[in-house]
Design a protein around this ligand. Structure first.
Ligand SMILES: [Zn+2]
Length: 462
């Protein structure tokens, strides 16, 4: 068996792990994500973006494997129509996506349409909802037409070929519908964690994964180690309590910055909004995402999206995406709110933005005395530090002070150690980790560690 990580080596995200079972002649990818580290090096969305798949191959953003990608662009150049039957025979049997974060699924858009893609049913709904909100830009990164996405749930067993079986088991992470995989191959079982945490509100999901892995006599564990060197593992109840304390003391607008797919954090802000008598302002995209997630049967706490404490931002834009049109036409006018109203009556609202929302802040022009709650990770690299600095500059301009209240979606060091000890594999391969050496030295134990030297370097398992 050969394992080739084409991304996620010494970096956070961009996972694309090719598993080759030579005896069973099977090839599958675990995740097919976008590397933000690499994308930031060359691109500046939405001004500079990838213009062809060849460009991404030459930069090393995606693997150079013949027929792996769609021939849509080639056909378009020649004025021919794209049909499934015109796609070449694919070089891999399937793609398994662990969860709906772009650094794990971002490049499925480029793939040969004959390759089946598997993901959790909630992840599928999240991705399909997101696609409706993408404004047309001419980049292959956002071309999703014709993809063949199959969904699974915990307990399903997917037989890729006889003697090559994948069992998805749910994991707790900062997006619902996250999974790890147990893969039975001719060279023994592999367990792949995807991204996970053990301190979250649904830690029992992670317990289930570990229990499932223990039954299988795992030979190889491919694990994430995002927070081996820096951890913020406070429980979600503490996040809620601290946010409630801050908002109770505030007498003007509160701006809340958190991921659009972090349902647990949405529940937290929703509950605090109800408790403090404020209305939670969300944009149409967040409304659509939270609606499909809250209807998923696997969800722990169902938010009633018609609750009057949730209002939808209507900027009165002329050009709307398909998703924005759908949401705004289905919502009664008394549940929509305009920016002017939020500015004038700040004390009545919690206004949600995401990832440094500088554009939103500039449009809103909040009054001095407003509060900005950063409820996602602190900037971890130079580039994000610069945009963080810009955000602080704008907040200074408007007289807005910031609080950082957050609990991470990634496991803390002792939980990373615990998962290795409980699953007890022969070989560990760290991925999605900037400091694999630290992970190895911290956990140690009598097992073999394989620190992948570089993206695309094969690891032979005999
Ligand atoms: Zn993730």
């Amino acid at each position: 068996m050969v394992i080739i990580p084409y991304g996620g080596v010494n970096e956070i995200g961009g996972n694309k792990i090719l598993i080759i079972d030579k005896k069973n002649s099977v090839k599958v990818f675990l995740d097919f994500g976008k590397s933000f580290t690499l994308a930031r090096k060359y691109y500046e969305f939405p001004l500079v973006y990838p213009e062809s798949i060849e460009e991404l191959i030459s930069l090393g953003a995606v693997p150079d494997i013949p027929s792996l990608f769609t021939n849509f662009y080639e056909l378009r150049k020649r004025g021919l129509e794209f049909k499934l039957s015109t796609e070449p025979p694919p070089p891999v049997d399937a793609i398994f996506v662990s969860h709906a974060h772009l650094d794990h699924y971002g490049y499925i858009s480029l793939l040969n349409r004959r390759i089946p893609i598997y993901m959790g049913s909630c992840a599928k709904k999240i991705i399909e909802t997101n696609i409706k909100f993408i404004h047309a830009i001419r980049s292959p990164e956002v071309f999703y037409d014709g993809l063949k996405i199959h969904s699974f749930r915990t307990g399903d067993v997917i037989e890729v070929k006889k003697d090559f079986v994948i069992k998805p088991i749910h994991m707790d992470h900062s997006v619902p519908g996250a999974y790890g995989f147990i893969i039975e191959t001719s060279a023994g079982s592999i367990a792949y964690t995807g991204d996970f945490r053990w301190h979250g509100p649904q830690s029992y999901l992670t317990d289930d994964f570990v229990r499932g892995a223990k039954k299988e006599d795992v030979r190889v564990l491919i694990m994430e180690g995002t927070h081996i060197h820096y951890s913020e593992p406070i429980p979600e109840e503490d996040v809620r309590r601290r946010i409630a304390e801050v908002i109770s003391g505030a007498n003007d607008l509160v701006i809340a910055d958190f991921s659009r797919v972090d349902y647990d954090r949405f529940v937290t802000f929703y509950e605090v909004a109800k408790k403090t008598g404020r209305k939670l302002v969300i944009d149409p995209r967040r409304f659509a995402l939270m609606s499909v997630i809250s209807e998923d049967p696997g969800i722990r706490f169902r938010v009633e999206m018609n609750d009057e404490s949730i209002v939808i931002l209507d900027k009165g834009k002329k050009r709307l995406s398909r998703g924005e049109k759908e949401v705004l036409s289905s919502i009664p006018d008394d549940r929509k709110v305009r920016l002017e109203e939020i500015r004038e009556h700040g004390e009545e609202f919690i206004y949600t933005v995401f990832i440094g929302g500088i554009k939103d802040i500039k449009e809103l022009k909040p009054k001095g005395g407003s509060i900005y709650i950063l409820s996602s990770s602190e900037p971890v690299d130079e580039e994000r530090e610069l945009s963080f600095e810009r955000l602080i500059n704008w907040l200074e301009e408007f007289g807005v002070a910031m609080y950082h209240i957050h609990s991470s979606g990634h496991a803390n060091p002792l939980d990373l150690k615990r998962i290795v000890e409980e699953i007890d594999p022969e070989i560990v391969i760290p991925i999605h980790c900037e400091r694999p050496k630290l992970l190895k030295r911290f956990i140690n134990g009598n097992r073999k560690w394989t620190l992948p030297p570089d993206n695309g370097a094969p690891i032979e398992i005999k």
